[in-house]
Design a protein around this ligand. Structure first.
Ligand SMILES: [Zn+2]
Length: 78
């Protein structure tokens, strides 16, 4: 490794929203870092189907299309 070009890295504790904790080397300044999802709870690793909706997008989609659906059905009849 070349001198003085690499950021300082140290063991950091990562805390997931699911309660899982793990340590990894990181250049983050804080000693513990909170994450939304980790390998213990991500559906890719658990094999369970779970929709991740952190920004409320699914709710927004459902709201938008639950309004439009009856209109479309009425237009199809007419
Ligand atoms: Zn997790």
């Amino acid at each position: 490794m070349q001198d003085k070009i690499h950021p300082e890295s140290k063991m950091t504790q990562f805390i997931c929203a699911c309660g899982n904790k793990f340590s990894a080397l990181s250049t983050l300044k804080e000693t513990d870092h909170h994450v939304e999802i980790c390998s213990a709870c991500h559906p890719f690793f658990t094999g369970k189907e779970k929709l991740i909706d952190s920004a409320g997008r699914i709710e927004k989609f459902n709201r938008r299309y639950s309004k439009k659906a009856p209109e479309k059905a009425a237009a199809a009849k007419a």
